[in-house]
Write a protein that binds this ligand. Structure first.
Ligand code: BTN
Length: 334
């Protein structure tokens, strides 16, 4: 259910979110105090807690004589701070408690003619999508689920290298958190060492050669410390830094950086990002295997060209590769 725009507000949602804010510190709070703060009875608090567990999949610990607490502190998205920051960038913003996929929601809004740019963020996705048909783990309040819908006119050249630029924006923001070993893997995975910390899914609607809408979907593992559903090596910002990361501050920093980079990309194209991208490419000069369906191409990663295509050295011959279905692995990496 959407938290903003305000017309979607309903009393039970406000109450549930207020209750969550009270519990966000991960400390014990008695039913009595929670009831007083919310202006409802202890029984009503109990009902809301059950709802939190059932609807959002949150685990709530109850200990006699102490009260209720979440298993660990959480960082909720702050509507006001996001609205203020996005307003300064000229973006509309919608924040959802739960959504299927922020990318799908952004595409729906764009197709309905909503004013763009429009940022969709959510506390949780029930059908988060990754590249190449994968699912994207999206538990409540743990990570960033972020989709920016944009209108792009002026032809396909404004799309060239776009998803790589977004990867660079993400990595520049992560660097401010002092995460060592963070870098990019072509085309747009963000890794710490060999473990994925963020992924990008860019989707298009309309005519790529004319006017089209683009949805830039970004998922960042922020405070997630355990998840059995992820089927690839992964890490999170909290796992790397050891502390709870403020998701609102991160989403705001990302928005500012993205707005800056998108403007530069629009004016100058991908070529002016090329060197910075290559500096951040973790597998530059490494022996790699490029998978395209059942085909495997083995070579040495040389970098990218002026439109973001991968350059491989195939036994002394350079060849470039591009396309959304390609995936790269280090050679002999199973
Ligand atoms: C990848 O496979 O690396 C891309 C993952 C992209 C996940 C993000 S989370 C926000 C947005 N909504 C989605 O359904 N997917 C993207």
């Amino acid at each position: 259910m959407a938290i903003i725009p305000a017309r979607f507000h309903e009393k039970p949602v406000v109450c549930m979110r207020t209750l969550l804010k009270l519990l966000a510190d991960g400390e014990f709070h008695s039913g009595e105090v929670l009831g007083q703060r919310l202006g409802v009875s202890r029984a009503a608090v109990w009902k809301q807690l059950i709802q939190l567990q059932e609807e959002l999949g949150l685990d709530i610990h109850k200990v006699r004589g102490k009260g209720y607490r979440l298993p660990k502190a959480i960082s909720l998205l702050d509507v006001e701070r996001l609205q203020l920051a996005c307003g300064e960038l000229g973006w509309a913003v919608s924040l959802f408690d739960t959504v299927g996929s922020t990318n799908s929601e952004a595409m729906r809004l764009a197709s309905e003619g909503a004013p763009l740019p429009h940022l969709i963020v959510a506390e949780r996705q029930t059908a988060g999508r990754g590249r190449r048909g994968r699912t994207w783990a999206s538990p409540f309040s743990e990570n960033i689920y972020y989709s920016l819908a944009l209108r792009i006119d002026g032809g396909a050249q404004h799309l060239e290298g776009l998803s790589l630029v977004v990867g660079l924006s993400v990595i520049e923001v992560l660097k401010t958190l002092d995460i060592s070993g963070a870098g990019l893997k072509w085309p747009n995975d963000v890794l710490v060492g060999n473990r994925k910390v963020a992924g990008i899914l860019v989707e298009l609607m309309g005519d790529p050669a004319g006017v089209c809408q683009v949805v830039i979907g970004i998922g960042i593992n922020v405070n997630m410390l355990a998840n059995e559903t992820v089927d690839q090596p992964w890490t999170s910002l909290q796992a790397e830094t050891g502390g709870l990361v403020d998701r609102s501050a991160l989403a705001i920093a990302l928005s500012r950086r993205l707005a800056w980079d998108l403007q530069k990309h629009r004016k100058e194209g991908f070529s002016s990002f090329r060197q910075a991208w290559e500096r951040n490419h973790l597998w530059e000069g490494r022996e790699v295997s490029l998978f395209s369906g059942s085909q495997v191409i083995e070579g040495r990663a040389l970098g990218v060209d002026d439109v973001g295509a991968l350059r491989l050295d195939l036994d002394g011959r350079e060849q470039t590769f591009s396309g959304g279905e390609l995936s790269l692995r280090l050679r002999n990496d199973s």
